[in-house]
Ligand binder design. Sequence first.
Ligand SMILES: [Zn+2]
Length: 403
Amino acid sequence: MADIGLAAFSVFFMQSPSFLAHQRDLARARGRSNCETLFAMTAIPSDNHIRQMLDGTPASHFDPLFAAVLSALEAHGGLAAFRCLSGRVLIALDGSEHFTSRKLHCPHCSQRRRSDGGVEYFHAFLGAALVAPGHGHVLPLPAEFITPQDGSDKQDCESRAVRRWLGAHGQGCARLDPVYLGDDLYSRQPICAAVTAAGGHFLFVCKPSSHQTIEEYLTGIDLPEHRVTVRRGRDLKVHRYRWLEAVPLRDGADALSVNWFAIEIADARGKITYRNSFVTDLPVGRDSVVELAACGRARWKIENESFNVLKSNGYHLEHNFGHGKQTLSAVLVSLNLLAFAMHNACDLIESLWKQARATTGARQRLFEHLRSITAYLVFAGWTELVTTLITGIPPPQPPPSPD
Ligand SMILES: [Zn+2]
């Protein structure tokens, strides 16, 4: 099973759907391959065998590995890049779909009817990742899979998945002093209360259209205001912040009391180019509202820097292994997120890896080089491989085995 898990993981870590095929060729010609030397595998299973054996494994089986990456990052000072709001961290939560098809499906697919009357099958998950304003690093945490429950109300399912996620991982993350970020779907009392119960804070988008009580509460109040002029080259923008503490989140006597703030950005002509509002349990005032707004706006990074990277760059999820009948689809997402977490941790704390990235340029170039050289050469280990990327000088190769 270790060989099987590592084989699937290696495809994502190397961002190469053909990695295993190349390694089988190398093993035949040279008697060994990078699967043994880089991934500590004892043999290379077939794609079909990997699919059959992983389908049924719970995706949560890999959750402790995310915690191990986080601990490694913490132990080597990599968490400093994520600290904000007086030493806290931001954990962005967001739902994403990782599979849609009109034909392929499994018993765990969600389904919906499209406008042409046809049925579309899909899988979705709740992703969580450390993010921070000011840089593009993200660190994925374990995902919670959204599986069909009673009916197909996406909103309801995602909300339940958030609470399941907090139940499973909230206490473990509490030592980081987390502030959870989420879109307007999250700024509802059950989720805010679940965040607080899990030892965290919340900073959620709160749209006026879905929070009637807050809108009514704010009406007619002369709100405190803070204006900041931001100049970048010739570009001049005015950021206008307004806030109010102790606002009821919803109607009724049991409503949570939250702190509300809004940001508006206007260009030099006074035209509003950005507007958003948030609720949080953290104190909001003139001294904190600017940083809070920057943190709330960092939420988009889970979509742009995390899920889109997974979908568009070399992590083609089901290319090798297909959809499966039980948990395969979710297991592949977990291994994929884990590879992405390890890449990001390497970017932050692994000095040889950082040098290799500096030498090869963009992340995609680094993986292009990794893919091509491991297709032809067998490396004794990661140090030798990454040093080759930096120096351009390959290690000597033993002669091909006689048979
Ligand atoms: Zn399915």
